[in-house]
Design a protein around this ligand. Structure first.
Ligand code: CP
Ligand code: NVA
Length: 301
């Protein structure tokens, strides 16, 4: 039987999403005393890009479920010396029960999956960051008590996080508005993917119009990993796209602020908003642990 992968949010349906989020809440409530359904298993975390949260949340989560994590920094392995991904996929399947993979082009996630007999979890690619969205949706549900009909504004780059919010909008019934400067839009093909899931996505230029009356305001860095050389040009393009106190004031009075982190204060978000009562970024980061534990149980138990 083909293994069940988690490449994008399209790999789960709305019922599975609710089951994962319910289990995440339960594992969070019973942390330290819950069962260890992955006892005896091993999960590899393979990183071609830097990571703090993804690495530690998966390592700790895998351990708390009774399994052993093993992390490979790809550049220090034979992958970094050109061993084909196909061979790496076949080989890993002989040792471990699942792989978390962070890479550049999303096609590399697809290639790993194609040649793998064990589940592959996308730990971020240039196009998607689905694990982050599980934590974000858990955080929205905690704050708002529901997902259906919740209004979300994405401000800034049409990047991997924006794409994953679009797919999440389809799965969870969010109303999503995206405000990006010209030249930094989300990919039209991924808008189509999201619409196929039933997503309602409004694409705008004006951050104020996007934020008006919403329940959740969220953003991300202006230059993602791999785009460091574009930093200066992006600072200019995104100058009017900072989430600051004035922009938050346009949202609903009970609106929350989310950011997948790391945050660049003074660029995409002000220090004031990061530290404000509306900011749920630390809950959001912690929820990576609970949401991914639930995902691991869903795929591997
Ligand atoms: N949000 C997130 O994925 O953080 P890391 O890059 O630190 O893993
Ligand atoms: N868009 C960012 C997210 C980091 C967690 C990046 O890809 O670098």
């Amino acid at each position: 039987m083909a293994p069940k992968h988690f490449r994008t949010l399209e790999d789960i349906d709305p019922t599975e999403l609710v089951a994962i989020l319910d289990r995440a809440d339960d594992l969070k409530a019973r942390r330290g005393s819950h069962e260890r359904p992955l006892a005896g298993k091993t999960v590899a975390i393979v990183l071609e890009k830097a990571s703090t949260r993804t690495r530690i949340s998966f390592e700790v989560g895998i351990h708390e479920l009774g399994a052993m994590p093993t992390t490979l920094i790809a550049k220090d392995t034979q992958m970094g010396r050109g061993e084909p991904l196909e061979d790496t996929a076949r080989m890993l399947g002989g040792f471990v029960h699942g792989v978390v993979y962070r890479t550049f082009g999303h096609e590399k996630v697809e290639t790993l999956c194609e040649h793998s007999r064990i589940p592959i979890i996308n730990g971020l690619s240039d196009d998607y960051h689905p694990c982050q969205l599980l934590a974000d949706l858990q955080t929205v549900r905690e704050a708002k008590g529901r997902l259906e009909g919740v209004k979300v504004a994405w401000i800034g780059d049409g990047n991997n996080m924006a794409h994953s919010w679009m797919l999440a909008a389809g799965l969870a019934g969010l109303e999503l508005r995206i405000a990006s400067p010209e030249g930094y839009d989300v990919k039209p093909a991924i808008v189509k993917q999201a619409e196929a899931l039933g997503a309602k996505v409004e694409l705008l230029r004006d951050p104020k119009a996007a934020v008006r009356g919403v329940d959740v305001v969220t953003t991300d860095v202006w230059a993602s990993m791999g785009q460091e050389e574009e930093q200066k040009a992006r600072e200019e393009a995104f100058a009017d796209y900072q989430v600051d106190g004035a922009l938050m004031a346009e949202a609903d009075s009970q609106a929350i602020f989310l950011h997948c982190l790391p945050a660049h204060r003074g660029e995409e978000v002000s220090a004031e908003v990061m530290a404000s009562a509306a900011s749920r970024v630390w809950d959001e980061a912690e929820n990576r642990l609970h949401a991914q534990k639930a995902l691991l149980v869903h795929l591997l138990a």
